[in-house]
Design a binder for this molecule. Sequence first.
Ligand code: NDP
Length: 329
Amino acid sequence: MKWALVGASTIADQWMVNAIRAAGDDIVAIVSGDLTRAQSFATKHAIPHALDNETALDHLGIEAVYISNTNEKHEASVCRAAAAKQHVLCEKPLAVALDAARRMATACDDAGVTMATNHHLRHNAAHRAMRAQVQGGALGQISSARLSHSVYLPKHIQGWRLTERGAGGGVVLDIAVHNADSLAFIFGDYPSQVCAMTSNTGMATGLEDNAMSIWQFPSGMTAFTHQGFNTPFAQTHVQIHGDKGSLHGEGILTQAAGGTLSLSTAAGTDAVALDNDNLYERVIKNLHLAIQDQAHANADGWGGVRSLCVAHAILESAATGRTVDVRYD
Ligand code: NDP
């Protein structure tokens, strides 16, 4: 498949160029708002066309577009790609505003193109194993989950995330969407209510750099989630507790494959074997399946919308001090 990249971003540079090529596809063009940046990205990655205008993509035989510009720009890029009948892999959060995210998913549906949201964590081997254990009944009746996704934002991306809500900054829009998608993947459902507090610990300017929230699912299960930009020494983890067993995943909310998973039951605690492979490459391979109308494991456009609904409910709860119903309509 012939791809164009929209956004000369860090994630495109560090992960997605390799992932697309490893899945057997070609990258034909890179589009940036700055032609010099596009040219330098194209040179570094041996991409034939460097452009500063997405409309030029209409004449290059592009079949799929990876969109990783800042979040307020995603809508225009997705809608242009859909109109040009190009499949879409869009970064999370899909947009800053919910209405924009809904318009993006609708545009792809109406154009008959496949849309995926780059919620890569569901492709982590531990997440896949947790889903299989939970849905296979190994934990019995599940009462609770705890997810700690507090990291230290690396210096080289300490820009718009810490200063610009309009670009999708703040830890809730940036990280809570991943947490919503991960729990939805494992449990097959999204929370119906959330209650949250956020804080600014001095890393961000005018935005939250730390957030904790409690979610209630339609099943009655509760989940605790921690999102942070400000914890240099924290490890990520996911725990799931049922009346027959508990799962403990450590180091499994990261970009790189890896981490560990153990299952504790009345018989003791055993490590769960994990077949680790590159998460982003799996996203591309699953996009191929989706385009062929085959079963796939990606978050689609509407999955990206739903994870953004959860993030907005967290922000509303933190702002009002109330428990908030998550509205998905
Ligand atoms: P970056 O800040 O690296 O890039 C975002 C945009 O900023 C680029 O598209 C580019 O604009 C512009 N830019 C990049 N470098 C420079 C520079 N030196 N000077 C001026 N402008 C520059 O963002 P990230 O790669 O961190 O994130 C991009 C998207 O990917 C976001 O939606 C983010 O949420 C998402 N993301 C997803 C992850 C995942 O695992 N799914 C992980 C990390 C990020 P232009 O388009 O004009 O080239």
